[in-house]
Design a protein around this ligand. Structure first.
Ligand code: DX5
Ligand code: ZN
Length: 220
């Protein structure tokens, strides 16, 4: 299981140091939540903040775009040096076009689905995605309760990918802790985003290692 700590729960007054701290703590991916106050009822940070964080770690930067018009931000994100861009299928624009634009900019494309969106919505794009993000909470805020029913969608997407001869990693985001990471591992999730459980822990390195160990134990 790869662990992708979410910067949404870090100390925003010290974001550079927090980014470096995540790399030192062994984060596989750094998850950066961009919100526009429109697609979700919250604001976080944008392209220029991400650009200023880039020098603090060489870890894979995955941007989770929770914005109404994802295509507006792609060129800026690529210029900022991000590695992956995850956008919501519920946002505006043709998803196939957005995926192609992300690839053309040299980044890895992924799509995210909110809890109310069925697994089938991602099926048409599976052959061109680097990852699928199944939200396990309503996007917008950290610290919410994990929705276990979302793991059925993980199973459905995995089954469809395997039947099509594709190996697309599935990520979940929201409410991940030592218990829920184990359930996710059993459902075939390969990447877990974790905000609260990493940053509210006394030691992020121990928290990340603990999540990985809990997932490994569940996988058997
Ligand atoms: C929520 C964000 C998440 C958030 C997760 O909309 O997409 O990445 O930081 O936070 P926790 O792990 O606290 O649920
Ligand atoms: Zn996120």
């Amino acid at each position: 299981m790869k662990i992708a700590p979410s910067m949404l729960s870090c100390d925003f007054a010290r974001m550079g140091e927090e980014t470096r701290r995540l790399e030192e703590a062994g984060a596989d991916i750094i998850h950066l939540d961009v919100m526009d106050g429109n697609f979700v009822p919250n604001l976080s940070f944008g392209v220029s903040v991400i650009a200023s964080l880039r020098p603090y770690a060489s870890t894979f930067f995955d941007v989770h775009l929770m914005v109404r018009e994802p295509q507006r931000y792609l060129a800026g994100l690529a210029k900022a040096g991000v590695n992956g861009v995850t956008f919501h299928l519920e946002s505006e624009g043709d998803p196939a076009e957005t995926i192609a634009q992300i690839r053309a900019l040299g980044c890895q494309p992924a799509v995210a689905i909110k809890p109310g969106t069925p697994a089938e919505a991602v099926f048409p794009y599976l052959d061109r995605l680097a990852m699928v993000l199944v939200m396990t909470v309503e996007p917008g805020f950290g610290g919410q309760k994990f929705q276990p029913a979302m793991l059925e969608k993980v199973r459905a997407i995995r089954a469809k990918a395997m039947a099509s001869g594709l190996d697309v990693p599935i990520e979940i985001d929201g409410g991940v802790n030592d218990e829920t990471v184990a359930e996710a591992a059993r459902a075939g999730v390969s990447i877990c985003v974790a905000g609260t459980s990493v940053f509210k822990a006394p030691n992020p390195a121990i928290a990340i290692a603990g999540l990985r160990a809990a997932a490994a134990a569940a996988e058997g």
